[in-house]
Ligand binder design. Structure first.
Ligand code: NAP
Length: 264
């Protein structure tokens, strides 16, 4: 018996086998969920299709979340393939590289809009479009980072986007929890993980290696750990949990004075 037997999950954001969405896909699949994958565009098709095939998933569809029409078409395909969905995973963010280095005050209006559109509004758009096919007591999940509540060098506009994303989780949880379907909405705040997106943040490598010196568990976290937390949040075990930001960060966020082991 898997935790997610009988449930269907639609997952956005697999770019390759390092993606957090891939860790989530593997955990949800292991727990018995039927999986549908959506990827950003043609360039990724080559990488995502073989991954999907490796776990026997044949629903693999493109969707650029900046397009309401593409989201609508994807949801219609999901309706035809699955009838309904129980778990929706949004593991998507984007900002131009030049917004992720240097001064935050230099953020361009255009770059700000783009980051907010792809990294925040897309959660609202996808949740809204999915509503007709979300089943009763279903679960929506997104991915955030501590940069929403603390200021990190170079994370810049993405920190502001993550703050807006976490607020959107709370507003969606209020709306959708009270709907007749009683849908839950939560975020996982993951510690730093080496992925394609993370490589776009200037200085990420240093941040990633300093992390383990400060985190209470004295190590980095991996996509499989985020996947396991997602399996819990997608399952009935978390039936009473909504509007939450759940940290999967080896405890980093609770540290008061971040002094590395070698400091005295
Ligand atoms: P990733 O593998 O690069 O995944 C990001 C995904 O977003 C990619 O599949 C990307 O596709 C997709 N995306 C970007 N623009 C899109 C669009 N217009 N339409 C549809 N999809 C689009 O990196 P990741 O680290 O796993 O990121 C997943 C989520 O976790 C993000 O929200 C990220 O902020 C969050 N997170 C990451 C970390 C970390 O340290 N890695 C920590 C905490 C939270 P393309 O490759 O085509 O752009």
């Amino acid at each position: 018996m898997g935790l997610l037997d009988g449930k269907t999950a639609l997952i956005f954001g697999v770019a390759n086998d390092h993606s957090i969405a891939w860790g989530i896909t593997q955990a949800l699949h292991r727990e018995g969920a039927t999986i549908g994958l959506s990827y950003a565009g043609e360039v990724l098709e080559r990488r995502v299709k073989p991954l999907a095939a490796s776990i026997g998933v044949d629903f693999v569809e493109p969707c650029d979340v900046s397009s309401d029409e593409e989201i609508r078409v994807l949801m219609e395909k999901a309706r035809q393939a699955f009838g309904g969905i129980d778990i929706l995973v949004h593991s998507i963010a984007f900002a131009n590289r030049d917004e992720l280095s240097g001064g935050f005050h230099e953020t361009s209006r255009e770059g700000f809009h783009l980051a907010m559109d792809i990294s925040v509004y897309s959660l609202i758009a996808v949740a809204h479009a999915a509503l007709p096919i979300m089943r009763d007591n279903s679960s929506i999940l997104t991915l955030t980072y501590l940069g929403s509540v603390r200021a990190f060098p170079n994370y810049n506009v993405m920190g502001v986007a993550k703050a807006a994303l976490e607020a959107s989780v709370r507003y969606l949880a209020l709306d959708l929890g009270a709907s007749e379907k009683h849908i839950r909405v939560n975020a996982i705040s993951a510690g730093p993980i080496r992925t394609l997106s993370a490589a776009g943040v200037s200085g990420f490598k240093g941040l990633h290696s300093r992390f383990r010196e400060i985190a209470p568990l004295r190590r980095n976290i991996g996509i499989e750990e985020v996947g396991n937390a997602a399996a819990y949040l997608g399952s009935d075990l978390s039936a009473g949990v909504t509007g939450e930001v759940h940290y999967v960060d080896a405890g980093y966020n609770i540290v008061g004075l971040p002094i590395a082991d070698d400091s005295s």
